[in-house]
Design a protein. Sequence first.
Lengths: 262, 254
Amino acid sequence: MLEVQGLRKVYNTGGREAEALRDLTFTVENGDLVCLVGPSGCGKTTLLRCIAGLLTPTSGAVRLDGHEVSGPPPGLAMVFQEYGRSLFPWMTVRDNVALPLKQKRVPRPRRDELVGQALEAVGLAGTESAYPWQLSGGMQQRVAIARAVAYEPSTLLMDEPFAAVDAQTRADLEDLVRALWQRLKVTVLFITHDIDEAVYLGRRVIMLSSSPTVVQDEITVDLPAERDQLHTRADPRFTELRTHVYEQIQAAKRGRTEPAEG
Amino acid sequence: MKRFLYVAGLPLLLALGWFFLSKGSENFYAPPLSDILRAFVDTWMPERLRADVLPSLVRLLSGYIIAAAVGVALGVAIGLNRRLRATVEPVLEFFRAIPPPVLVPVIMLFAGIGNGMKIIVIVFGCVWPILLNTVEGVRAVDSVQLDTAKAYGVRGLASIRTVILPSASPQIAAGLRQALSIAIILMVISEMFAASNGLGFTIVQFQRSFAIPEMWSGILLLGLLGFALSLLFRLAEGRALRWYHGLRDAQRKS
């Protein structure tokens, strides 16, 4: 379980204080898929870096499976938006996926097995000895997802992972994330600025206000668990939910909290 | 064939030009190329290669390797530590500005005139481009790459070995390439001051004993040596940085 409690982050630059996060509290239950969506510049990246233990909050706490996060927690894997900068270009696909496992001192045979399975799961079997830059953008992001999956995390953090790929690839990758989530029973926290994506993917959607950030609203997506691009997006309930999220985001941009409805 | 002509065309033309222009030259100090080539074959026999070229090469490589190790190690430390960087950078700039040959007499006072002195001179001259390029390379490591490594628990030495050094390696290689030509220059200069063997020593000996064609042949050999070393370096770099050249090509295409 991931708990974020009273999280506040103030940046101090050149004597000026900038409050990025004001007061964030939410929990993500084990095995849940939660999407965080907010207006651009809403401190999503700051929040994510706090959860990943890459940044120390000013006050408040992040707890993962009951342990307070003070550095990168071992059970957490991360997929960054900038796949081109997050994969190491001097390593082959295999070595990129295997690096965190080597660091965890997973023995060689098990490591090879995990790498093989992870690449298979993201549909990239056979690319082991290629370099990331020899692959397309969508495939590179699949490698990054394979790296996260092979790590066998309890929690998977995804920071706008599909913001830089084209629309068709994006739809494929969204379905891939849902499939992996259902199969691996991991907890997923997915950050996006795309409202449709948040509603399509999530079991819950948390809306953030603009910076300084608080939780604007939160909904449970009561769409069937089996989703597909064609039918789910045509579902009237999908439209209702996305309208609601859209309104909340608009309200957040104007900087006030509107009474939640629907 | 066409490529061969492009690569070898100009050197051949220059050699031929030298050959014909110097043909029948009466100038004592600028003998015909044919004389120089004859002297080359006669002078650089296996025993002389062993007695003079080998010691030079050993000094060159020891100095170069020590400079590379020191430069990269210090460069990583300085590149990673902002406070250390602020403290040492002005001093580094000062030391770098001193032309290394001027230190030969000073180093001779402390280290004598043996191999130690020559190696120290080479190290002192070579270390700067390696050090400064490593610092720059380490500072330029992508923040997302560092975050990725951190998020997956890759820290400390493992992070230096698997992320920071490879990421900085193109820049480090640029420093190593500059350092190689400096090393050759300093090898010759240090041998000209005080030595009993070595290429620089031999060339000066020839000049002092008016063995002019032999002197020229020594200069030719130095040129060839430098050329061969930089060729070797390029081969090694091409292999080690294959990913980098591939990445750049891929980025250029897109």
